[in-house]
Design a binder for this molecule. Structure first.
Ligand SMILES: O=P(O)(O)OC[C@H]1O[C@H](OP(=O)(O)OP(=O)(O)O)[C@H](O)[C@@H]1O
Ligand SMILES: Nc1nc2[nH]cnc2c(=O)[nH]1
Length: 198
């Protein structure tokens, strides 16, 4: 079994109100993130994502950053971070991100009409974050070449209804009654991956 799949069974779940929140090395850097797990995740993204003519990797703060940095280092594609902080630069675009447990304003800088972007994030749950970002990137006139997340909590992505972009996940999971279950139809690990440990 791959490191990402194995790591699911060691990730604590906490309650944020009614929301079951997974605390995971990739999504929180708590428990500590093993570099070999990050390498595996980054190489699985690189083999999964459509990178054809991508100018920029775009990722929301905070927990898309280390994953996207690793992918940027592997591909030499520059990285733009959507920040929770306003800079007031020319062309800055704001959006409101709503998750199952919080709402926050975010700010896109340095993405322009005609840019071909790969949107990366650690986790998809309600889809509120990706919906707000894809709407904002569409409004800017960027070409979203692909959208990839490491983990998708299946079944709750209501906010993505009707969007015009496919989202690919490396691993699909459910989190219910304090138990994480791996759902089997996400992207399989590439055979012959050097990071693979059976
Ligand atoms: O599909 P959704 O319900 O929108 O949830 C997904 C988002 O939630 C987390 O971000 P969070 O806002 O918690 O910030 P963080 O990255 O700083 O942890 C995660 O990094 C995703 O961006
Ligand atoms: N770390 C983490 N991030 C999330 N974003 C949306 N849901 C979750 C979750 O359960 N855990």
């Amino acid at each position: 079994m791959d490191k990402l799949e194995r790591s699911m069974h060691e990730a604590p779940i906490i309650e944020k109100g009614d929301y079951e929140y997974l605390v995971h090395p990739i999504s929180n850097c708590v428990p500590k993130l093993d570099p070999a797990l990050l390498r595996e995740v980054a190489s699985r993204i690189v083999t999964t994502a459509d990178l054809q003519d991508v100018d920029k990797i775009v990722t929301p703060a905070a927990m898309g950053i280390h994953i996207s940095t690793a992918v940027s280092l592997l591909t030499d594609i520059p990285l733009v971070v959507i920040r929770k902080r306003e800079y007031g630069l020319d062309g800055e675009v704001s959006l409101t991100q709503q998750t199952g447990y919080a709402e926050s304003d975010m700010y896109i800088n340095d993405v322009e009409a005609g840019d071909s972007v790969l949107l990366l994030d650690d986790m998809l749950s309600t889809g509120g974050t990706l919906r707000a970002i894809t709407d904002a990137l569409d409004a800017i006139g960027a070409d979203i070449v692909d959208v990839v997340v490491v983990m998708r909590k299946v079944g709750g992505e209501d906010a993505l209804e009707g969007i015009d972009h496919d989202v690919t996940s490396i691993l699909d999971i459910t989190v219910e009654d304090g138990v994480v279950t791996i759902v089997d139809d996400s992207v399989p690990a590439p055979r012959g991956d050097p990071e693979r440990t059976e």
